[in-house]
Design a protein around this ligand. Structure first.
Ligand code: 6R9
Length: 647
């Protein structure tokens, strides 16, 4: 492999940033040598009602696995995001909302945010929602989504945000799993000029969820929707009946703040549970150092609040730091592929944080749509969600940033709550494609498949040796699954599910998932989920799903489908199956390629040999490995002859 180019820290960045190389090294060492002392100090960056005296109480021992931080402290997350800024920043813009149409925008100050969130909290109370109740939020990217989340936090209810692109079935499963009895939604969402029937989807989901007692509906488009008497209320009407005063509930540091569902390698999505104190400390601290946020900066994270990136880096981290955070309803290609940069110019965005899949889609349009905008306000660029290929990195750096903005390639997961491996812009020399070095308090270790720790420049399974405050605490309602998924394969460590290489400089290069989790356009999906949707179709006998390299999405979904006896493959059925998966899970799970497979390669004990299916999907069968243990080696040749990815 050729030596990657190194981009040293620009002088002005080393001077102005919160941490230069020296400061990073010192703080990192302190955080590893004495985590207790380090976090005792930095835990104070947020406001506590009752200060903590205890800092860390963690055991990764399978028999007694628990993770507790600041456990005797009390606080409120919404007060940290809002109330504590009222003394000095009441008139500062907290949220810039940019609508789907370029003419549609809005600025919300911290004072206004306070009033909106208090009112929303009072609406929840009027609906009978109390501390500890689970509230499902199924919303478009409008300010009310942020108000709703913060309102839950204010009264101590636990929010579970479900991405607006999920189907009614996926929504129903997530409502049932956490037994939530209230749903907050909108009449319709709007993205890229198209409407999304959120209320109609909710109605369909609720046919399966009789325990939901109230549905709060925000008006976004004014489209025609059905309202069920006694269950559904219009937010605007309910809001008119409540006051603007709602004192924040005093919460323990370890009280749950939210649940967010994410895909694993097996079974149903897991309810990743985060608690209050450690999460707020960790997201605010990472936002401060990784994005080097200063008080006048305008910061834009393009994620949807339905994903963890939206939780930690549109909402909680930035608002805890009193930031101006931009929330965008639309897509980067509407009405034109210049949109992202036009929004940067319009609002003077200084820090821009997006996903490689969006960059690759924009790259395809060439430099023209970028170059016709100014982008002079941009100072720092960020990437998240999947490995960024060096070509996309260089395009981002040279074309978008014109060679003057460092890129922070931030590696983390829903489970980690916040960024674990990333450059700090004033401290870390960059290598395109590497997430570089660990954040304070993070101890990455690479292990082989037997769990042996590997030293020096090497490649292996990425684990984290010790806890950090933002770590998830459990799988909601299933602590055993938490232990089995993350702490069993490599005892005594948190296993991330990612493969990773460490180079001679100690830089980390994430190579992608080592389990059966796909990463399609930065969205996580279990192969098992797509397979179970496919076999739920009446004509399908069996299905096996793997990922394959995709130019824009990073990974595409390749499905091998065996039909029931008597069913004939056809183009029509292919389309029907794609549509079927969309409606079972959501558009993000649409198979890109479907191959009719009269048989699947199986071992004699009946296990599908995914290794072989992956190779065929990658159009690489020079090295299929040993196929002699297959029950019927002939199926492999048939699959190769009829492969769908001939590129
Ligand atoms: C924040 C988020 C987590 C998985 C993770 C990894 C991949 C995320 C990455 C990255 C390489 C990066 N991932 N960021 N891979 N470089 N900078 O995306 O959370 O949706 O839970 O996905 O995404 O494979 O394990 P989540």
């Amino acid at each position: 492999m050729s030596e990657p180019q190194i981009f040293p820290v620009p002088q002005d960045w080393a001077r102005r940033a919160y941490a230069d190389e020296n400061a990073y090294r010192k703080m990192y060492e302190a955080s590893i040598d004495n985590p207790e002392g380090f976090w005792r100090e930095h835990g104070q960056r947020i406001d506590w009602i009752k200060p903590y005296t205890k800092v860390k109480n963690v055991s990764y021992d399978k028999g007694d696995l628990h993770i507790r931080w600041f456990e005797d402290g009390t606080l409120n997350a919404s007060a940290n995001c809002i109330d504590r800024h009222l003394a000095h920043r009441a008139d500062k813009v907290a949220i810039i909302w940019e609508g789907d149409e370029p003419t549609d925008d809005k600025k919300i100050t911290y004072r206004e945010l306070h009033e909106e969130v208090c009112k929303f909290a009072n609406v929840l109370k009027a609906q009978g929602i109390k501390k500890g109740d689970r509230v499902t939020i199924y919303m478009p990217m409008i300010p009310e989504a942020a108000y709703a989340m913060l309102a839950c936090a204010r009264i101590g209810a636990v929010h579970s945000v479900v991405f607006g692109g999920f189907s009614p079935d996926s929504l129903a499963g997530r409502i049932e799993d956490c037994a939530s009895n209230c749903v907050i939604t909108a009449d319709e969402g709007v993205r890229g000029g198209r409407k999304i029937p959120l209320k109609a989807n909710t109605d369909k989901a609720l046919e399966k969820c009789p325990d939901v007692k109230s549905v709060i509906v925000v008006k976004r488009t004014g489209g025609d929707v059905a309202m069920k008497d006694g269950r559904d209320v219009w937010y605007e009407e309910a809001k008119a009946k409540v006051g603007a005063d709602c004192p924040p509930e005093e919460m323990n540091a370890e009280d749950p703040l939210f649940i967010l569902y994410t895909s694993g390698s097996t079974g149903k999505p897991k309810g990743v549970m985060h608690t209050t104190g450690g999460y707020m400390v960790y997201t605010s601290m990472t936002h401060h150092y990784v994005f080097d946020y200063h008080d006048d900066d305008v910061y834009w994270c393009t994620a949807d609040v339905g994903w963890v990136t939206g939780h930690s880096y549109i909402l909680y981290g930035p608002l805890a730091n009193g930031a101006t955070t931009l929330m965008f309803e639309g897509v980067p290609t509407y009405p034109s592929p210049s949109r992202s940069w036009e929004v940067c110019d319009k609002h003077g965005v200084n820090i821009f944080y997006t996903a490689p899949t969006a960059l690759r889609a924009l790259m395809r349009e060439g430099e023209g749509p970028v170059k016709k905008t100014s982008r002079k306000s941009l100072r720092l660029l960020g990437s998240v969600g999947e490995p960024i290929n060096p070509e996309a990195w260089l395009w981002y750096y040279n074309v978008v940033g014109e060679g003057r903005c460092p890129i922070v390639d931030t590696w983390w997961q829903t489970e980690t709550g916040g960024i674990l491996i990333s450059p700090l812009p004033g401290a870390t020399a960059l290598k395109p494609g590497s997430a570089t070095l660990p954040f304070f308090g993070i101890k990455p270790v690479l292990v082989d498949n037997e769990g042996k720790e590997l030293e020096g420049a090497t490649q292996g399974n990425l684990c984290i040796a010790d806890s950090w405050p933002g770590q998830m605490r459990t799988v909601y309602g299933d602590h055993q699954r938490f232990i089995d998924t993350y702490f069993s394969q490599f005892p005594g460590k948190y296993f991330t599910g990612d493969g990773c290489r460490r180079d001679e400089d100690g830089y980390y290069w994430i190579t992608g998932r080592v389990d059966d989790v796909l990463n399609v356009s930065g969205h996580r999906m279990g192969t098992a989920e797509v397979e179970s949707a496919l076999v739920a179709h009446a004509k399908v006998a069996e299905a096996a799903v793997v990922g394959y390299p995709h130019d824009i999405k990073g990974q595409g979904i390749y499905a091998y489908v065996t039909l029931n006896v008597g069913e004939e493959p056809s183009e029509e059925l292919r389309k029907e199956l794609v549509q079927w998966v969309r409606s079972e899970i959501g558009p993000i799970a649409s198979p890109d390629l479907i191959q009719w497979a009269p048989g699947l390669p199986k071992t004699r004990s009946g296990k599908i040999m995914r290794r072989i299916l992956r190779k065929i999907a990658e159009n690489d069968f020079s090295n299929l490995g040993d196929t002699s243990t297959l029950a019927d080696p002939g199926v492999v040749n048939d699959l190769i002859d009829n492969r769908q990815n001939k590129s």
